[in-house]
Write a protein of this length. Sequence first.
Length: 529
Amino acid sequence: MNPSAHHAAQYVRMSIDKQDLSPAVQKEAIAAYAAARNLQIVATYEDEGRSGVHLKNRPGLMTLLRDVTEANQFSTVLVYDVSRWGRFQDTDAAAYYEYYCRLHGAEVVYVAEMFGPEVNPITAMLKSMRRAMAAEYSRDLANKSRAGQAQVITRGFQMGALPPLGYRRCSVSADGRRRVMLEAGQRKIAATDRIEWVLASTEEVELVKRICALYAHTCLSFADIARLGAIEGWRDHQGRALTGRGIATLVRNEALVGNFVWGRTGHKGRIVNCGPSRGDGTVPRVLDDHTWAQIQRRTHLELSRKQTDEQILRNLETALKRSPLLVTRDLRAQGLPGKATLRDRLGGLRECMRRVGQDPTELSRAISERTCERKADASAFGTALAERLKEAGHTVAYDGRLHVLMLPELKMRLRLLYSTLSPVGRVWRLRVDRLSRDVDLDLVVRMEARLRAIDFFLAPSPDVVVGFPPWLTEQVPIELTRFWCDSPEQLLDRISSLRQLRTAHGLDEATKTNPDMSQPAQATNTKDL
């Protein structure tokens, strides 16, 4: 059934609450127009607080376009003016939606415009001009707003997202005299106030430094760091547990090196054409240049890990040249996909090796020989260390099967780590599947070559399981320096101190109070040792 010629729908839109053309003003003008022409308004479509630049943000207009097709209840759509219909940057879009309504039997009429509903060349020209003016107004307003926001940023104030972990918001008055710290959910005191980011508590800043150091100087993934945080009870300033995604966002935030970057994307995730606004050196700095450079290097490696089959094989060939006895657990350290990805895409590591001209059977034999060799080395190293302890006056026995050094006051399990070359340099893998039972301490030794140690980490077994990363780089992580010994002499001194404290206070108290294990030593690069 055709709609009644006297039935009409009205569409009203307002961008912001302070706008002069409120819905009430628009409805009043539309009602007067309808009364003068004997039209009955049977439907109202309204978009309050909606921008006219895009259709997808305007449920009222989308419902109108759907009802024009399906309901067939009215023959006229009354709109206050062309700008209320939309400020589409492509003016053809506004014309298309108007034509779409006309195509389905509903004429769009602008009640406050000088032209009427007639379709003629003059009306078409005037409508095109008005659509262009509406679009230009929005574009000009956006440019002015963006320029003003960029100026605010260059003056050292922040906009947009909330600060990351390690920072807080501070409301600063226009004259700079009043400064008020803002808690989560609080707004600035006055509309003229600006927001600065300031450092949070020392403990929170140190946590940020530790998280970034773990990512920069180890091979821990974001998920690994988040799991460590769950064990240690890390929380943000709102009491929420840190997630892998949140940690990824944190360590890549330029605010950590003093730079505020705003406007990479719009509020709906669209990339901004004019590029981001930067305020370099406007935020208190947390990280040093070396750590930030390492983060950028690893980030580039992570983002480039999505490889074609040909790239995987090419990178595998390069990795085998760096580390001829490559095993599955070392794949990710070499910048390669994991075992499951190789299996699903290329048939597994053995098949990949065949495709790059390597004999996997020969490799397996060589790896088995290396494993036996390292077991023998561990026994020889443990025996030699036991002899050094005896020469220093200690009573000690060595269990070569369990690799445990037994002194009267304590037991130590020996763990030898061997390096492999990776795209980020030499790394040592620490495999700790479970807590070492029946021992008090773990002695982790990084090896340079057979029976030649670089340095030592002497730590309670629970700390090794929870606090040590699965990969160690040449730089000693800050959080491990309290366990670090850079020479056999320092290791022997620390064992002697622990024995004395164990005798006086018991092992638990000794490991807490020994100054050598609770105060960080001066870390140096292992290349210098």
